[in-house]
Design a protein around this ligand. Structure first.
Ligand code: TXA
Ligand code: MG
Length: 324
C-alpha cells in the first residue's frame, strides 16, 4: 500500500514535468518524461551534464519501446528476449517519436527495460518512456543506494524512490551494431561479451575510439574526489604508500588480518558479481573519509571482472602493474 502510494506520487510528479530518482538493478537513475523537453532539460541542469551527451530511454517492455524504434532486427529481439528486463542497453535506429534532444542528434536511441519491481510498476503506469541517466553529478561515482542520491542531489530532485541497494551495482552494458553492422559493446557491464556471444553466436567487438558516440567510454568518468589507484599487487602498493593516509578496497578478505585502518572487502569469497554490486558503495564510503589516497585492487580480467576493472580504471590515473 505504501509502495502504491509512492508510485502514484512519482507518476504525479513525472506527469507534471518534475524529476524523480528511480531505482534500477544497475544504478539509480534521474528520471523525467522523455517526451517533455523542458523536463529533460532539468536532468541536464541538475547533473551538470554536457548537452551533447545523450540519455537512455527506459520502458516497461519491448512492446512499449517499439514505437520509438525504426526497425528491430531479429538479433535485437533475441537479445531483448534473453536479457530484458535486465542490465542491457540496446542502441537501435530511432523513430521520429524520439526527440533529437534525447539522442543529442545521433541516429540511434539507447533503450532498456530495467529489472526493478518499483520502477517496472511505475513505467507500466506511464504513457511515455523515462529518460534517465545515472543520478549523480556529471563525472562523479554513480549512486547505488537512495542515500547516495539524496546526499548528492537530494535538494534538486522532487522525489527519490527508495528501492534499496542496486543488485548489480554497475551501469548497464551498452550494445549495438556499428556502421559496418558488426556487433559491438560500447560500455562493459554485468552482461558480458560472452553472454551476448551465446545468444548471437558471434563474439562482439569492443568499441574503443573515444568519440561522443558513447561518452561513457571516455576515461575519467565516475571518479571519486580522492586520488585513486588501481593495483594488481595490493601488498607492494600498500608498502609504497605506507606513510600516507590511505584506504584499501580489496576484492576478497585476504587483507583482513593486516591491521589496515581503512579496509573495505568487496566480497569475502572474492565473487565477482558480489564485488561488482559493492564497488560504488565502497568508493562512496572511502571518498567521505578525508583520505589522501584510495587503493583499489584490480579484478581478474575475465567475465564481470572486465566491467569492474573498466570502472576502476575510469576512477584512476592508470594501473599499477605487478613487478616482473
Ligand atoms: O544502467 C544504466 O544504464 C543506468 C540506469 C539509470 O539505467 N543509466 C546510465 O545512464 O548509466 P548514463 O546516462 O549515466 O550513461 C548512458 C551512456 C552514456 O555514456 C551515453 O553517452 C550513452 O549511454 N548513450 C546514451 N544514448 C546514446 C545514444 N543514442 N547513442 C550513443 N550513446 C548513447
Ligand atoms: Mg552516468
Amino acid at each position: 500500500m505504501k509502495q502504491n502510494h509512492l508510485i502514484a506520487r512519482a507518476k504525479q510528479l513525472l506527469d507534471a514535468g518534475e524529476l524523480v530518482a528511480i531505482p534500477t538493478e544497475t544504478v539509480y537513475g534521474l528520471a523525467a518524461d522523455a517526451t517533455n523537453l523542458e523536463a529533460v532539460d532539468k536532468i541536464y541542469k541538475v547533473k551538470g551534464r554536457p548537452s551533447n551527451n545523450p540519455v537512455i530511454l527506459h520502458f516497461a517492455s519491448l512492446e512499449a519501446a517499439t514505437p520509438y524504434i525504426l526497425d528491430i532486427t531479429e538479433e535485437a529481439q533475441k537479445l531483448a528476449a534473453a536479457f530484458w528486463p535486465g542490465p542491457l542497453t540496446l542502441l537501435l535506429p530511432k523513430s521520429a517519436k524520439v526527440p533529437d534532444r534525447i539522442t543529442a542528434g545521433l541516429p540511434r536511441v539507447a533503450i532498456r527495460v530495467p529489472n526493478n519491481e518499483l520502477t517496472l510498476t511505475l513505467l507500466g503506469q506511464l504513457s511515455y518512456p523515462l529518460a534517465a541517466p545515472s543520478a549523480n553529478p556529471s563525472g562523479y561515482i554513480s549512486p547505488t543506494t537512495a542515500e547516495h542520491v539524496t546526499r548528492q542531489l537530494g535538494h534538486k530532485v522532487s522525489l527519490v524512490l527508495d528501492g534499496g541497494p542496486c543488485d548489480q551495482g554497475l551501469e548497464s552494458t551498452i550494445f549495438g551494431w556499428d556502421g559496418e553492422g558488426r556487433p559491438t559493446v560500447y560500455r562493459k557491464g554485468t552482461i558480458t561479451e560472452e553472454a551476448i556471444a551465446q545468444v548471437l553466436h558471434s563474439i562482439p567487438r569492443t568499441h574503443t575510439t573515444k568519440t561522443i558516440e558513447a561518452p561513457g567510454m571516455l576515461s575519467s568518468h565516475y571518479a571519486p574526489h580522492t586520488r585513486t589507484l588501481i593495483t594488481e599487487d595490493l601488498v607492494a602498493t600498500i608498502e609504497e604508500h605506507k606513510d600516507t593516509n590511505f584506504g584499501v578496497i580489496a576484492l576478497d578478505s585476504k587483507m583482513e588480518t593486516k591491521g589496515l585502518n581503512h579496509l573495505i572487502v568487496l566480497s569475502i569469497g572474492g565473487h565477482l558479481p558480489e564485488a561488482a554490486s559493492n564497488l560504488y558503495s565502497a568508493m562512496h564510503q572511502m571518498d567521505t573519509k578525508g583520505l589522501d589516497l584510495i587503493i583499489i585492487e584490480k579484478a581478474p580480467d575475465f567475465g564481470i571482472g572486465k566491467a569492474i576493472n573498466d570502472r576502476i580504471l575510469r576512477a584512476t590515473g592508470g594501473i599499477k602493474k605487478k613487478a616482473p
